[in-house]
Structure formats: C-alpha cells, structure tokens
Design a protein around this ligand. Structure first.
Ligand code: LER
Ligand code: MN
Length: 273
C-alpha cells in the first residue's frame, strides 16, 4: 500500500438483503455501484451469500460499467442467514459449508478476488471441544485452499472479536492457524474494528502478521466510518506501508447516518491522512 491518494480503497456492498449491519451498502445493486464509483472508490467488496443467487455475468458487466474492481468476496452470510459452518457437529452442515466456499471459486476467478473466510468458520458449539473444532476447521481450510490454488485464488481468514465467535479472535491465533493449514494461498484479513477489541497494540500485530495480511477492513472503534471514533488511522496506515502491504483497504462500517454519507466521510478522511 502506498500513501494517501494512492491507497486502493474499496467498500463492502451486499448483493442481497442481510442481517449483518456493517455491510455498508445494501439494496439496489446498480444504484449502489453508481454511488460507490461517484464517491471515488476504485473497488467494491461483494458480500455474496450464495453464488447460485447471483447472475455473475450481469454483476461483472455492472462492475465494469462503473469501473470498479472487486478485491474480495465476503461469504459470512452463509453462516448469518443459513447457519453453514466448518465446525458444526453435523457433518452434512460442515460439508455444505465447504461446498459453498468452493462454489465461490469461479466468482473469485472472474474478478481476481480473494475469498474471505469470516463467520462461516463457525463457533465452538456446545458438546464440541476446542481441539475437535480446530481439526474440522483446518481440514476444511486445507480442502478449500487446495481447490482454489489451481485458479490462483487466495483465501483470507478474518480474526473476529470474542463477542461474535469463539474461534480465532486475534492475530496470534490467526498466524498459528496459518502454520497448521500450511497452504501458500491461505492468509489473513485483518479488520481494525476487531483488532481494537482483541489486539494489545494494533501496529505491533500488523508487523507480526506482515506478508500474511492478504486483505484489510477498516471501521473506527465504534464501527462507524474511519474518523468517527478514536482509532489512529495515520499510524495504522504508516505501519501497513512500512511492512510493504500492497493490498486493498476496504471499508466495512455501519451505514450511519446513511451509507452514502458514511462512505463519503470515510474516503475524504482516508485520503487526507
Ligand atoms: C466481517 O468482515 C466481519 O468483520 C464480521 O464482524 C462479521 O460478523
Ligand atoms: Mn470485517
């Protein structure tokens, strides 16, 4: 990543209705893509619950029409809306989660995007011990990384704060998981909102994760747009630059006071720090 004006900025848009509140844009696809492009974003991160539900050609044409790249595909709604997870005690649910992630590979290949592994990893359910859940998780991640590898597609697991999951909350656990999965195309997505809750010093965790950071989410401490809370984005940006991060900075924050205003405030703020 490079300084100020040259940061590659994208923002999250859900291609369908979703309970997840921090998907900044939801609703009419073309209207939202037009808004995002008009605000100066170069990319849009697509949250897709199930690739079967989207018309890929149409989606691709629309992103081309508005000159937007798609750096990453979010997949967490398969958990949020359908309960699919890599760590469910029911093997059918685990298998369905694996198949769902594999079904994102052609979508990711079309856009040259990263596939995000967020909450589809699941939580440790009652009656399941932590090591068993971890084994299921590692097995699923190996299988998905292996399937994505021939297409040149990378997967990024997002450490998510303790109030949302019991599996992989911080950077240290994320790095340990990377070692255990052992696939070059498997890395991390770090999100400043979760880092603010879980990391002792955000900049230090960024340095430790280094080249394993494949993608980056930004929201301020209150999950509003950057600049609305107390995170030090100047220092975060400098650290990303110093470790040679070349990826995207993707806004994933609450649509407050509304999506367009939040997206506009964010891009103005991030461009001037
Ligand atoms: C998704 O990127 C995320 O950050 C999580 O909070 C989803 O619940
Ligand atoms: Mn996130």
């Amino acid at each position: 990543m490079v300084y100020g004006r040259n940061m590659k900025l994208s923002i999250v848009l859900s291609t369908q209705t979703a309970q997840f509140q921090a998907a900044t844009f939801k609703g009419d696809l073309e209207t939202n893509l037009a808004s995002i492009a008009s605000l100066g974003y170069e990319g849009v991160e697509l949250a897709i619950r199930d690739p079967k539900l989207v018309d890929l050609d149409h989606l691709y044409e629309l992103t081309c029409k508005y000159n937007l790249k798609v750096p990453a595909i979010g997949t967490g709604q398969a958990w949020g809306e359908e309960g699919l997870s890599f760590t469910d005690p029911d093997p059918n649910v685990r298998q369905a989660a694996i198949e769902r992630i594999k079904s994102h590979i052609p979508v990711a290949a079309r856009f040259e995007a990263i596939i995000i592994i967020g909450l589809i990893r699941g939580v440790v359910k009652p009656g399941v011990n932590d090591e068993q859940a971890m084994k299921w998780l590692i097995q699923a991640l190996r299988e998905c990384s292996e399937a994505a590898q021939p297409c040149g597609i990378r997967l990024a697991l997002e450490p998510i704060n303790r109030y949302e999951t019991t599996l992989i909350n911080n950077a240290t656990q994320g790095l340990e998981l990377i070692k255990r999965v052992g696939a070059d195309n498997f890395g991390l997505l770090l999100d400043t909102f979760h880092m603010n809750i879980e990391e002792s010093v955000i900049e230090e965790s960024l340095r430790v994760c280094g080249r394993h950071i494949f993608h980056f989410h930004v929201a301020d401490s209150n999950r509003w747009y950057p600049g609305a809370g107390h995170l030090n984005f100047g220092s975060i940006r400098e650290t990303l630059t110093s470790i040679g991060y070349q990826g995207w900075i993707s806004g994933e924050f609450l649509p407050k006071p509304d999506a367009k205003t939040a997206a506009q405030k964010s891009i103005i703020y991030l461009r001037q720090i």
